[in-house]
Structure formats: C-alpha cells, structure tokens
Write a protein that binds this ligand. Sequence first.
Ligand SMILES: Nc1ccn([C@@H]2O[C@H](COP(=O)(O)O)[C@@H](O)[C@H]2O)c(=O)n1
Length: 192
Amino acid sequence: MCEKVISDFDMTLTRFAHNGKRCPTSYSNSPLKFSLQLKELLNKYYPIEINASLSVEEKLPLMVEWWTKAHELLLQQEIRKDLLAVVVKESEAMLRDGYKLFFDHLQEHSIPLLILSAGIGDILEEVIRQAGVFHPNIKVLSNFMDFDESVEERMQFHLDSYDIVLVKDETMEVPNAVLRYLTGIQLTDTTM
Ligand SMILES: Nc1ccn([C@@H]2O[C@H](COP(=O)(O)O)[C@@H](O)[C@H]2O)c(=O)n1
C-alpha cells in the first residue's frame, strides 16, 4: 500500500477533452468577461509548455509572460468569491473517468493526496468539491486568490464589534470614518 499520492491537477486529474472538445483548465475555466482572451492565451502558450524540443531556459520567460497576462485579465474581472461555485458549475471542467473510485479509495485507506498545481486553487478545489470527493485527506498547494472583504462582511464585522453612541456630535467625522471602513472607499471631500 502506498503512503501518499502526489498529483498535479489540470489535465491530470481533469479531462483534456470531452466529446472532441477541449476542456478548460482552472485558468481558462470561466464564463467571465475575459474567458475568450484566457482561452486564446491557452491556445498560444500551451503548445510551448508541452514542446519537448524547447529547453527550460527557452520556455521560462514565455511561461512567465503567459501567467502575467492571465493574471492581469483575472484582476480586471473583479471576480466575486461567492460566484466561484456558479462559474465552476456552468463550466465544462470535469474530473477524469474513475475519479470517484480514485478519490474515495485514498480517503478510505487514509492515504494523503497532495495536489500540486500551477493552476488556480480556488477553482480546482471547487471542481473537486462539486464532484463530491473533496475529502479531508486532500491538501492543495496552488495559487489562491486574495479577495477584498465585501461590504456585507465589513458591515457584519462592524455590527459584531462596536456600539457607537454619538452625543451632540455635529461633525461628519465618525459617520464618514464608518462609511470609509465599510466601503473601503477613501472619501477626500468630507462635505460630500
Ligand atoms: N495562465 C495560465 C497558466 C497555466 N495554464 C494551464 O494550467 C496548468 C496548470 O495546472 P497543473 O495542475 O497542471 O499544474 C498548466 O499546465 C497550463 O497548461 C493556463 O491555462 N493558463
């Protein structure tokens, strides 16, 4: 019996294609406004990634160029954390045939599964979660997105933390400070 399994994700645990159509990677997996550009980047750079006649030195700057461009697009999309599940649900990403047996078997035998991926961790975890096999024996080392707190989260934190009583305060300083905190917007004109 093996002690642990280490695997990458895109096109290893997921399918490369389905019904003759290329499946998305965790990068290109998005029905968001730049999905076409992300797919174009994949079409341009993936052949370079798998080109066995190119050296690592030749590939490296091009791979950096690839993910720099992809990250710029992702940043512009203003992705919402709460919509990731919808993005994955509507996508054509799918785990390979036999995935359930593979994931369940490792879990049943307490064999750790370490997934190392140059893709996007938030997306790949969601793919595994929606397939119903994101077991506790799985550890993912990947690129995870940083999300700004939403206004709702800030509001809840604020409500949980403070009670403010204003007695005879006719300035707008406290309300403005609270508003700045909640929205993350810097108000330069305090008379607004
Ligand atoms: N901007 C990018 C960068 C990489 N990819 C593809 O995702 C794969 C990474 O996932 P692994 O789980 O295989 O490490 C990588 O091999 C590229 O093919 C991409 O689509 N867009």
